[in-house]
Write a protein that binds this ligand. Structure first.
Ligand code: ATP
Ligand code: MG
Length: 270
């Protein structure tokens, strides 16, 4: 039996076929021993196709047949494959951007059957967890997700409208001029832990969108496909990115099961 694994910096994604259907599993990378035990219990004599930054650690610890697959190729191939399943609803043609928000963020250009890594940023899902922990003492993804949804951190930021307070701004006044820039409000007003996390989510969402939109402009493409576990159940992050991408004239698409793209691509790779 074939098993596709994407061992990322934070989470290990596992994909395999069972009775004609793909099964999807996600586990914490720091529990590597438990994951290998799980694989050994679940499969007899599997052929493992593995990608991701922690693939080497796995390959060493795994007694089974292991094939290493290039992470960027696996990710883009997986996205194309998952997109094909969704073609009717997505309406995406050839030529689109893939923004993978994992521990860090990586941007790829997919055109027909070719893939190119365009760039990336240290602003990613790890930033969400780390900054939220520093600001609130909470480090669990689910807790952070719920707290962020309850907060409103807009007053922590300076908007373009705040700066152009006495005249019409040259660009939309609603745009953020400075994330976490409103020190005056911070001194005068009360903010909750929920507000802090909401502002962190917004900063990450806006930064990732800005980067993606600029790359899309440069490459002359309209569609940005967003993937990565950072979006898992994270409706506020998706809303921020959707709104901001559309504001900039591009079409965002949140690929269902997108965080499994690397594992799917690895599974398909021979
Ligand atoms: P990279 O590709 O950068 O090596 P990765 O592949 O491990 O990292 P993803 O799995 O795509 O990255 O996303 C990791 C992020 O997803 C975390 O930083 C966190 O924000 C979010 N996340 C979602 N669910 C969880 C979870 N159960 N535990 C920890 N983080 C989670
Ligand atoms: Mg990854």
């Amino acid at each position: 039996q074939y098993v596709g694994i994407d061992a990322g910096g934070t989470l290990v994604k596992i994909v395999y076929s069972h009775e004609g259907h793909l099964q999807f599993e996600k586990m914490a990378t720091d529990r590597i021993d438990e994951i290998i035990e799980w694989i050994n219990r679940r499969f007899t004599n599997p052929e493992i196709h593995i990608t991701g930054g922690k693939a080497g650690v796995f390959a060493e610890a795994c007694p089974d047949r292991v094939w290493r697959v290039n992470e960027f190729e696996a990710t883009c191939e997986g996205v194309s494959w998952l997109l094909e399943k969704e073609t009717l609803s997505s309406g995406i043609g050839s030529g689109f951007l893939v923004t993978n928000v994992g521990t860090g963020t990586s941007i790829h250009y997919v055109y027909a059957d070719s893939y190119e890594r365009i760039g990336g940023s240290g602003m990613g899902g790890g930033t969400l967890l780390g900054l939220s922990y520093l600001l609130t003492g909470r480090s669990d993804f689910e807790t952070i997700l719920e707290m962020g949804q309850q907060g409103n951190g807009q007053a922590l930021n300076i908007t373009v409208g705040d700066i152009y307070s006495h005249e019409t701004p040259p660009i939309s006044g609603a745009l953020t001029a400075s994330n976490f820039g409103h020190t005056a409000n911070m001194k005068e007003k009360e903010f909750s832990s929920e507000d802090y996390i909401a502002a962190v989510v917004r900063m990450i969402g806006e930064t990732i969108t800005t980067m993606s939109v600029q790359v899309a402009d440069r490459l002359g493409t309209d569609t940005v496909v967003y993937i990565g576990s950072t979006f898992a159940g994270h409706d506020t992050l998706k809303e921020i990115i959707k709104g901001y991408t559309e504001l900039r004239g591009k079409t965002p698409y949140f690929l269902p099961r997108g965080e499994y793209s690397g594992a799917v691509g690895a599974l398909l790779h021979y």
